[in-house]
Structures are given as structure tokens and as C-alpha cells.
Design a protein around this ligand. Sequence first.
Ligand SMILES: Cc1ncc(COP(=O)(O)O)c(C=O)c1O
Length: 318
Amino acid sequence: MEWAKLHSDARFNLASSGVASYPLADFVSAGWLRLESLELTAPGAYGYEPLQRALGAKAGVSPDSVVAAAGTSMANHLAMAAAFEPGDEVLIEQPTYELLVTTAEYLGANVRRFARRAEEGFRLDPAIIKAAITPRTRLVMITNLHNPSSAFTDEATLRDVGEIAKSAGARVLVDEFYLEALYSTAWRTAFHLGDHFIVTSSLTKAYGLSGLRCGWVLAAPELARAMWCINDLYGVNAAHPAELLSVIALDHLNEIAARYAKLLEVNRPIVNRFLDACPHIEVARQPHGTVLFPRLRAGESEGFCSYLRERFDTSVVP
Ligand SMILES: Cc1ncc(COP(=O)(O)O)c(C=O)c1O
């Protein structure tokens, strides 16, 4: 994350994973927002009720299964802190979003990894999880879409993983951060597959709304209540203007999504044409998502990254 914050900037920045930011001015010009309707402070409670309702409606779940959090980052932190104790075993896909691993380690987990294989397009393979899980495993963690490859995991596979976890006495945490970027394509959150699933997500990347820090956890009500109490250690309450703006964004999410779905529809063939012209890298192409995980056929990535930066003012993630 430090590298992403301090060293990824370049004229041609291929190292960031989101869509362009959605401007606040467009909330105003669309007539969604009037300044006088903003307020600085709301009565403190466990969640701002209109936001709880809007997030619950979006996911098709009851608001008492929703824990609003500062981005998917805090959502993951709260979910992990409630789902295991220090010393417990946690099974995490490899490769993955680096902060899932470091957050689990920070919370004292005994982290073990299971492979998503490049030669299989990084698909999630329940058999590999079954071979790796032990009676000490409390949590299995995956991303859907997979970060970094954008591979999609369907419901049948998730259900299989859920059964494997359940019979070992573990839960499954699905970080659905990039699933939001499927936009209109029909999908349901994995939370519908049972109480042994915990889901995290946010409006950050797919809707260009990272500044709202509108994240959430979906969890069984009792576990959700534990997460709200853990959140009291960190932030107590969210910034209320951000909560109000998040409710507006959720009310108009289809319009916001349409803008970015169109953008990706135009950009994806351009990316694919570019990849066609690059014999030195191999990559599993995806029909969805905003990130790809190319592999250099020869050479090493650090040197390649420096070369791109020095010669072409271009950044990619090592
Ligand atoms: C899989 C995944 N989870 C969580 C995050 C962080 O999300 P947020 O910015 O909403 O905290 C990212 C950011 O790239 C991510 O890729």
C-alpha cells in the first residue's frame, strides 16, 4: 500500500485498479444534492439508519446483517477481528490482495496459504482448499473477482467451499470488492449462501467513489453486532456528510454504474489489442473487472518495472 501511495504515480499509470473518480459536481448538476441538505453530525448509533437500509436493500439482506465500515479495508479488518482469535489458523488464497494477509497477521492469525494456479486461469479450486483445511482453521479467505487476476468464482463453487469450511468448523470471508464491477450482469452476494459466509465490499473502485469510504460487511446478526463493538475501538462513528452522500450514491447507483460500464466496454477491446501486440507477456484475459495479472515470459519484474518507468514514464505493479 505504501508503494501504491508513494511510488506508483506516472504519466501512464497502469498500476491503479479503479475507474476514474466520480465528481461531486455531477451529484449537484444531476439535482441529486443540495448543499443545505448536508449536515455535519447525526445522533451517534450503530449505523446511520438510511444508509443501513440502503446497503441492506442493495444486497437483499436485513439491515441487522449490515455493518457499515470505512471502506472494504476496515470492513475486512472488522470481519477478521470478529471471526478468529489470535493464534487461530486462517487459510488465504495465493496470490491475493496483500493487505488481507498482513491484516490477518496483525490480528495474530496463524496464516496458511492455498494456491490459485496461473495455469488454470487462477480459478478457485475447492479440492485444493479441502486438502489444506484443518480442524484448527477458523476462516477461509478469498476475493471475488479475484485480485489480482479478475477471475470470477460462481455460486456452485462458492457453495462447495462453504460446505468444506462448515464441516471443519470454519467460516468463509469473501471480499467482493471487484464483483461490483460486473455492474448490470446478474450476480448475488455470497452472503445468501448461508450464515457461515461473511462478505465485505465498498463503493470504492467500481463506482469511482473512493472518497466516500463507503464500505460494508454482511454477516449473521450476532456476528455483525460484535463487529460494531470492535468498530468502536477505531472510529466510533463515520463522518456524517459521507454517510449522507453515500445514501445519495446508493439511490442513484444504476446511473453511476451505467457510466462506468460504458467506459469499460470501450476500454476493454483497447487493452486486448494492446495485449495482442505484446508477445513478451502472457495473461489470462477476462470479460469483466478492472485489473489483469500479466506474467513476463522472461526476465524479472523489478527490472522491467524500472525500465518502463525510466524509459516510458509508465508504472505497473511489480
Ligand atoms: C480486494 C480488495 N479489497 C479491499 C480493498 C480496499 O478497499 P477500500 O479502498 O474500499 O478500503 C482493495 C483495494 O484495492 C482490494 O483490491
